[in-house]
Design a protein around this ligand. Structure first.
Ligand code: AHR
Length: 505
């Protein structure tokens, strides 16, 4: 019977703590790519633009997401980027061939403008340096320009550009995807490890307060994964604070059950990187723990074909403009769950990207800004997923798909916010036909009751949102109630859910 309910169980206990969640796990990414910057966050001619040219309609949506950190300026683009092109009087800035995406970069936005934008958006900057075509010198100069108070060549140059106070950017990426053959200045693991560790040394001499991210593999399918991690960490383990992970998924074969299980691949990826870090820790007899920065993650495949048609060397063409479906939003929800279940090691994560380019926020040049389907799980998890991640003990029926076995229909994460006396359950029901009725033991949360049960559901897996047409949006009519220490919830077939409980006054 199609509507018959499938049953699952969870035990949630205050004491089953994984870790305090680092809010930066809800970070994002803006690259000089396509219309992310030009026509995305920056469009001086737009009716909502402020005096700096920043679109306020986009700014409002970014603020709604409460994004704590944004990686910048790339991405592949950073590997051939001269940061000096993007500072100083705008009229003097050179137009350059941008090699990664084969477009023309006007440099009308650069480091200082992005810092201004980030400040206005209540977010921090995570700055990437060019270790493709450049190296130690450009990195230390940029850091001096950004973070040194004054009295030196580069810091005084910043002041002369109108920025009296240092930007104090704390988190820096030592290059981007340096294992990738597509990367300008690709390196072997040895070459990268040596360059990254010497660059880190110089950067720490300029500013000992910074945090550094060493480049991991471009994704878990790279032929050199996880040897790249092991070999590069031999050099960078003691100088870096994080190692990066990047991963994008797609449903190219149209197999939804298999697609929804892809967060299990992310789970394996995280586990392997942790194991590799800990192996190097043991080998080095180190006291230090390496943390993970999952600084590019999302769904990316819809726009692959149309991108092949883009005329090279144009300015801000519509590249990587994936229009996300309802099923994409469910996988995004599960990817967030996966990272929260690893919040003891995953301290930074960046949904790639933020505006127009594989993004939760889309814009029309000169027109509207709107929310893609994936906006919603990102929004709810970012806004309500603050506190301590709890380890839910889940017992769920499972299925097998093309690439995965024992896929639990119920995928979840749980967050307890002690200060707000709030317990939040995020859950995906991967069952395409049947609702999941879940008995959740919440006896350790005495006096807590349901405040809301938000559901993202849709009959059409391929439903999308377009400008002025929001076909996929959540409702708050989910079925959940607490009785005698037991939360009973029904997660509709093929849905993403958030249940929020609070202690009754
Ligand atoms: O986010 C799009 C691209 O994906 C980034 O530039 C690169 O780092 C990754 O391959």
């Amino acid at each position: 019977m199609v509507n018959e309910t499938v049953k699952a169980k969870m035990v949630i206990d205050k004491e089953f703590q994984i870790s305090e969640i680092d809010p930066r796990v809800y970070g994002s990414f803006i690259e000089h790519l396509g219309r992310a910057v030009y026509g995305g966050i920056y469009e001086p001619e737009h009716p909502t633009a402020d005096e700096n040219g920043f679109r306020q309609d986009v700014m409002d949506l970014v603020k709604e997401l409460q994004v704590p950190i944004v990686r910048y300026p790339g991405g592949n683009m950073v590997s051939a980027y001269n940061w000096e092109d993007g500072v100083g009087p705008k009229e003097d800035r050179p137009k350059r061939l941008e090699l990664a995406w084969r477009v023309t970069e006007t440099n009308q936005v650069g480091t200082n403008e992005f810092v201004d934008w980030a400040k206005a958006a209540n977010t921090d900057v995570m700055m990437a340096i060019n270790l493709g075509t450049r190296g130690i010198d450009a990195a230390r100069n940029l850091l001096e320009y950004c973070n040194h108070p004054g009295g030196t060549y580069w810091s005084d140059l910043r002041k002369s550009h109108g920025y009296e106070n240092p930007h104090n950017i704390k988190t820096w990426c030592l290059g981007n995807e340096m294992d990738g053959p597509w990367q300008v200045g690709q390196k072997t693991a040895y070459e990268y490890g040596r360059l990254a560790s010497e660059t880190a040394k110089a950067m720490r001499l300029v500013d000992p307060e910074i945090e550094l991210v060493s480049c991991g593999s471009s994704n878990s399918n790279m032929p050199t994964f996880p040897n790249w991690e092991a070999e590069t960490l031999e050099h960078t383990y003691e100088v870096a604070d994080y190692i990066s992970l990047h991963q994008y998924y797609g449903n190219r074969s149209g197999d939804t059950a298999n697609y929804l299980a892809k967060s299990m691949d992310m789970e394996d990826f995280i586990q392997t990187v942790i194991a590799t870090c800990d192996y190097i820790k043991a080998k080095k007899r180190s006291k230090k723990k390496m943390y993970l920065s999952f600084d590019e993650w999302n769904v990316w495949f819809h726009s692959n074909e149309q991108d092949k048609e883009i005329e090279p060397w144009t300015v801000a063409p519509p590249q990587l403009e994936d229009v996300y479906t309802f099923e994409d939003a469910l996988l995004v929800g599960s990817m967030l769950n996966t990272m929260l279940r690893h919040s003891d090691r995953v301290k930074i994560a960046c949904m790639a990207q933020l505006v127009n380019v594989i993004a939760p926020i889309m814009t029309e040049n000169g027109g509207a800004a709107w929310k893609q389907t994936i906006f919603y799980p990102y929004y709810y998890t970012s806004v309500y997923g603050r506190g301590v991640a709890l380890n839910p003990v889940v017992s769920s029926p499972k299925y097998d798909s093309k690439d995965f076995t024992d896929v639990p229909y119920l995928d979840s994460s749980v967050v307890y916010n002690e200060e707000k006396e709030e317990l939040v359950v995020f859950a995906t029901n991967r069952h395409l036909e049947k609702p999941l009725e879940v008995d959740i033991d919440v006896r350790s949360f005495e006096g807590f009751d349901v405040v809301e049960h938000v559901v993202l559901e849709n009959e059409d897996a391929k439903a999308v949102n377009l400008a002025g047409q929001e076909n996929v949006k959540p409702h708050a009519n989910g079925e959940s109630y607490v009785d005698d220490g037991k939360l009973t919830s029904v997660f509709p077939k093929f849905s993403w859910n958030m249940i929020r409980l609070q202690k009754k006054a």
